[in-house]
Unconditional design. Structure first.
Length: 143
């Protein structure tokens, strides 16, 4: 009676060698997926923060209070979502700050990627988003 093909002795341990070769590649792939997920999540969060800051600026009564309100709102929204930026920049454009106009807020957040070693990624990656909010036509504006 003939059984299936015989296994040669010189192939013993080949699965172990293959696993040793593939494991570092799988770990690098996993780290890369984590980095992409971290950046995608940061983009979504910064988008929401920019919209919140623009809305807070559009409710303000003067360009100066709009700027401070947008900066405070952006900082508190990021901290309430437990997001830490290596560098946070909030710029407010109040050139059209009048009833019927708009206010624009740009939020930039430097996302820290330093803990994902072995990928040759930059230490930080800046994620920025701009949101525009209209100012109510039927309200008074100071200044």
């Amino acid at each position: 009676m003939r059984r299936g093909p015989r296994r040669r002795d010189n192939e013993r341990g080949s699965a172990t060698v293959e696993l040793v070769i593939l494991t570092p590649l799988l770990i690098l792939l996993l780290l890369f997926v984590v980095a992409l997920g971290r950046l995608a999540g940061a983009r979504i969060d910064v988008d929401g923060v920019a919209a919140q800051a623009a809305r807070a600026a559009s409710i303000a009564r003067s360009p100066q209070s709009a700027t401070s309100s947008a900066q405070q709102t952006a900082a508190s929204a990021l901290s309430s979502q437990h997001i830490t930026c290596a560098h946070l920049a909030v710029s407010v454009d109040t050139t059209n700050f009048a009833p019927g106009g708009s206010v624009a807020v740009t939020v930039s957040c430097a996302v820290d990627l330093a803990d994902l070693t072995g990928l040759n990624l930059p230490v930080t990656e800046t994620v920025a988003n701009r949101a525009v909010s209209p100012i109510d036509t039927y309200r008074s504006v100071n200044g």
